[in-house]
Design a binder for this molecule. Structure first.
Ligand code: PEP
Length: 249
């Protein structure tokens, strides 16, 4: 089993090109001390500038979404080959904001996961329950159903072909982080499901926690056996805070 911790910064609709380059001016010197893997997910318009700036730094780059088709009449969409050209290593698929505001479904998540893997882009697949679902005791059934549907018909060659992020919707951008033991319970159950689907290779699949991760709560989350890093929204916009999260020890 080998799972390198990953700290992934989802910038959402923040930072234009100038702000992206300013962030990297501050972050690149700090990143030299980080032993974990780092990936940033700027808006599409900043991807190319970020790719040029991080060359040789070891920092990975990802997009926040993509279409599953290679090309076509899909106004406003971005294709996997376009992301490969940048080049992007990762793509976030099925973030709860896309499910909630942009009609992302388990079916489109599944199509995007298959397409990303086919193109050699690692999908970071987001799953998570709403507050109402948690209060009704439905967390595990909701999350495991999302995992199963995302992976329907998906073949993998190795554990690095995909990444999961467990992001309880009620914890995203709210300042309410999940209890580390609750996050472990769900992430452990996701790993069990992955073991059923893929056998031992599932021990190599990284599963991140996301939802109000900050420098002062990351250490307890990372102490859990199945949590392999974090998908960080707000706190990843600040170079110092993101560095502190990635060097939690
Ligand atoms: C996210 O957007 O994936 C996220 C976890 O946001 P935040 O860290 O701001 O809660």
């Amino acid at each position: 089993m080998s799972r390198t911790p990953l700290f992934a910064g989802n910038w959402k609709m923040h930072k234009n090109v100038k702000e992206t380059l300013e962030f990297l001016d501050d972050f690149l010197p700090l990143a030299k001390d980080i032993s974990s893997e780092i990936a940033i997910f700027p808006p599409f318009t900043s991807l190319y500038a970020a790719a040029e700036k991080i060359k040789g730094s070891g920092i990975k780059l990802g997009a926040q979404n993509m279409h599953w088709e290679d090309r076509g009449a899909f106004t406003g969409e971005i294709s996997p080959p376009m992301l490969k050209e940048i080049p992007c290593d990762y793509v976030i698929i099925g973030h709860s904001e896309r499910r909630q505001y942009f009609a992302e479904t388990d079916d489109t998540v599944n199509k995007k996961v298959k397409s990303a893997i086919k193109h050699g882009i690692t999908p970071v697949i987001c799953v998570g329950e709403s507050l109402e679902q948690r209060e009704k005791g439905m967390t595990l059934s909701v999350v495991l159903a999302q995992v199963e549907k995302a992976l329907s018909g998906v073949q993998i060659g190795c554990g690095n072909d995909l990444i999961f992020a467990y992001e309880p919707i009620w914890a995203i951008g709210t300042g309410k982080v999940a209890l580390p033991s609750d996050a472990q319970e769900v992430i452990g159950a996701i790993r069990e499901k992955l073991c059923k689907l893929y056998g031992n290779v599932a021990q190599d699949i990284r599963i991140l926690y996301g939802g109000s991760v900050k420098p002062d709560n990351i250490k307890d989350l990372m102490a859990q056996p199945d949590i392999d890093g974090a998908l960080v929204g707000g706190a990843s916009l600040d170079a110092k805070a993101f560095y502190q999260i990635a060097t939690y020890n």
